[in-house]
Design a protein around this ligand. Structure first.
Ligand code: URA
Length: 195
């Protein structure tokens, strides 16, 4: 992957449309050895402008809820399925997800987190390669295969869902609480056997 330097994509022209409309490539942020890796769908307008995932209203909800469950944004890694903003906030096309997939897989492999948390339907379905009902399955953990080994993935609703449906707030908070417990040293071993 010549245009990826470690965790950072420095140059990419795989998607004809996105590489013209983007302001910049939005790479993941957070420690390279984080226990928790959050994966969103793709950059929105704020992220495209600032070059960092989840810095708009969804990011505020994510940061606030992380704090509520005793986590800090600075201690987790946050990335997206696609690194360039799809125009008008449309979902990324299948081909765009496919073009960006090896960057994401390489990030998961290098960070080697205890748990990947998918934020919303698009990343859940992309990583687990099946249909996902995010609200019903929130908090469920399944393995995906990374570098020949199992990588636990927890399904979660998108933080933006809590802005238009307040009942999703509790689902979101409970899922993050579960994710925090999963990566908590003491209970981690027990929980690994739970799913
Ligand atoms: N929504 C996403 O899925 N990703 C972001 O980075 C911001 C909003």
């Amino acid at each position: 992957m010549s245009n990826m330097d470690g965790l950072t994509v420095t140059e990419c022209k795989r998607c004809e449309a996105l590489c013209v409309s983007r302001s910049q490539i939005v790479n993941g942020v957070g420690p390279a050895d984080a226990d928790l890796l959050f994966v969103g769908e793709g950059p929105g307008a704020n992220e495209d402008e600032q070059g960092e995932p989840f810095v708009g209203r969804s990011g505020d909800v994510l940061d606030e809820t992380l704090r509520e469950v005793g986590l800090d944004r600075a201690d987790v890694r946050i990335t997206n399925c696609v690194r360039c903003r799809p125009p008008e906030n449309r979902d990324p096309h299948k081909a765009e997800l496919a073009n960006c997939r090896d960057y994401l897989e390489s990030e998961i492999e290098l960070v080697d987190p205890e748990l990947v948390v998918t934020l919303g339907k698009v990343p859940g379905e992309h990583l687990l390669e099946r249909d996902v009902a995010v609200t019903g399955e929130a908090g469920d953990v399944t393995d995906m295969t990374v570098d020949g080994g199992p990588q636990p993935v927890m399904i979660c609703v998108h933080p933006a869902a809590t802005l238009y449906d307040p009942s999703q707030k509790e689902t979101f908070r409970k899922t993050l609480e579960k994710a925090a417990e999963f990566t908590d040293g003491e209970s981690g071993q027990k929980r690994l056997g739970d799913y």
